[in-house]
Design a protein around this ligand. Sequence first.
Ligand code: DC
Length: 226
Amino acid sequence: MNKNIVVAIDGYSSCGKSTLAKALAKKLHFIYIDSGAMYRAVTLYFLRNNIDLENDAQVKKALEEIDLNFHSRDYNSHILLNGEDVSDEIRQMHISENVSAVSAIKQVREAMVKQQQKMGKSKNIVMDGRDIGTTVFPHAQIKLFMTADPKVRAERRYKELIAKGEEVTLEEIFENLAHRDYLDTTRKESPLTRAEDAIILDNTELTEAEQLNFALDRVVPFLEPA
Ligand code: DC
């Protein structure tokens, strides 16, 4: 079997990229890497340490101090920031509100992309994010670009956060998603855009099982012996 298959999943915030990526990785026994979690963990470190995003030297030093690792438990990857499991904290609203600004910084992107490329070397992986098919793995065999109706996306994220006990309103979530879409697609450094060879997957009306089958149909041909 081909031993270096990369499935790159990009798309807007809260489109279900990680749900699909995890299910796909589990089914295929591939490694799942959540690149958004890396930007979120960097954001958490910057907030905790009051890093001035305009100060290049401070950003550089902070990036040198950050050590990120994934710890996989049943495909629910946990991210460790300097050894501390921050998987829950990075999903909170104060991180979502700051992550687009942090992920727009050139130095941050360069450091993350380098690490992501290293993680994908000589392995079968599914990685989700915003620039995986365009910048991180432009030669990925399978590229999916996910999208869904903004209202449906907001409702899904709202239910998730409420279930976790966060006090948020649907309007807040809708605004945050719209704002992040705007920042992610208009930033200077590798903005969110569909790679020319990426297949569009609109899951507004799809169940999780249906979207998994859609993706599997695209990946399976690459698994067959040559
Ligand atoms: O997928 P997510 O919502 O957890 O990602 C959090 C933020 O990180 C998102 O608003 C944009 C940024 N991001 C990015 O710029 N590039 C990636 N490859 C992944 C995420």
